[in-house]
Design a protein around this ligand. Sequence first.
Ligand SMILES: [Zn+2]
Length: 119
Amino acid sequence: MSITEEKLAELRAALEEQRDNLRKEIEEQGGDPDSDDAEIDVERGFADSAHATAERARTLSVMKALRANLRWVNRALKKMDLGTYGICERCGNPIAIERLEALPWAILCIDCKRKGEGR
Ligand SMILES: [Zn+2]
């Protein structure tokens, strides 16, 4: 692996910070960061209020995005523990360090990412 210990520690710190921020945001939206059901969070959050459907849908999409991000971050942290961090999950090549610095939770190299999702 081409990532230095030092760089890895830096990326881990960035991931942990991101994880804590996401968990806090989920809590602020009325959700439980350890649960994985955004629908239930939103139902609970809106149970005793008269929010419009649009507002509810907005909160749901925010919550889903936060949870999706949290999943990526946790996955990257797990990969660090397993020693597979920085390796593309699709082709097995190392992910460029520039990419990891920009997106520490990246699990695909830029080539696979482009091929896979067209963005
Ligand atoms: Zn790849």
